[in-house]
Design a protein around this ligand. Structure first.
Ligand code: C5P
Length: 223
């Protein structure tokens, strides 16, 4: 497979989703939001009231095609506070991670020819899902800045939640994601670290694009 693979890891609300979407649009890359798979499983867990002890049975009986479809068409539920918290909890589990990473790696291998490459964003993209990626980023921002951004987004979406609650939820997720035993959030080896606390979206995009062009000059001729 000689398609270009770029990964963007980072904590929640660091802007990696918006940056990945924009870059994939401009560069004709397939965009993979890896967190949605953890959210999808969490949502199915709630829906089917799965007991944690039945987890291996539940996963082994899950049809991958149906699971992918479920993720595609249940966007609203996947971002609820309840599912978000459960996703971060379930993401600690090794069996769940193996199940999801396999799906994600298969998508990379079978990437449609029409794309110039793939951009993956999440927590373990550069370290576990695609350790041989052509270019890896670690995007971060201070907790305060991330909480402000997330709170403003929620306010725009008319979601009834206080700034203090958003800050506390993000802090809790950071701790869980960074300290779990299996595939914790980390700066992948060889990654370019960008702290965008003092940059707006446009500035962050420009920085990321310039790094991509300097590291993968052949891409310039493709867009
Ligand atoms: O990225 P997002 O916030 O949607 O991810 C939801 C949760 O899924 C995260 O808090 C994290 O615990 C988990 N996750 C993960 N590995 C990824 C992506 C997400 O563990 N690659």
């Amino acid at each position: 497979m000689n398609k270009i693979v770029i990964t963007i890891d980072g904590p929640a609300a660091s802007g990696k989703g918006s940056v990945s979407k924009k870059i994939s649009d401009e560069f004709n890359f397939f965009y993979m939001e890896t967190g949605i798979y953890y959210r999808g499983l969490a949502s199915l867990f709630c829906k089917n009231q799965v007991n944690i002890l039945d987890l291996p049975y539940f996963i082994s009986n899950l049809n991958v095609t149906d699971f992918k479809e479920y993720i595609k068409f249940n966007n609203k539920i996947l971002y609820s506070t309840k599912v978000t918290k459960l996703a971060s909890n379930l993401a600690k589990n090794r069996e769940i991670r193996e199940f999801i990473v396999k799906i994600q790696q298969d998508i990379i291998i079978t990437l449609e020819k029409k794309f110039n490459g793939i951009i993956l964003e999440g927590r373990d993209c550069g370290s576990v899902v695609a350790p041989k990626a052509d270019l890896k980023f670690y995007l971060t921002a201070s907790l305060k800045v991330r909480a402000e951004r997330r709170f403003n987004q929620f306010a725009k979406d008319k979601k009834d939640i206080s700034y203090e609650q958003v800050l506390s939820d993000l802090r809790e997720r950071d701790v869980q994601d960074k300290n779990r035993k299996h595939s914790p959030l980390q700066k992948p080896k060889g990654s370019v670290v960008i702290d965008n606390s003092d940059y707006n979206f446009k500035e962050t995009i420009n920085i990321v694009k310039n790094i991509i062009f300097s590291r993968i000059p052949t891409l310039k001729s493709k867009i």
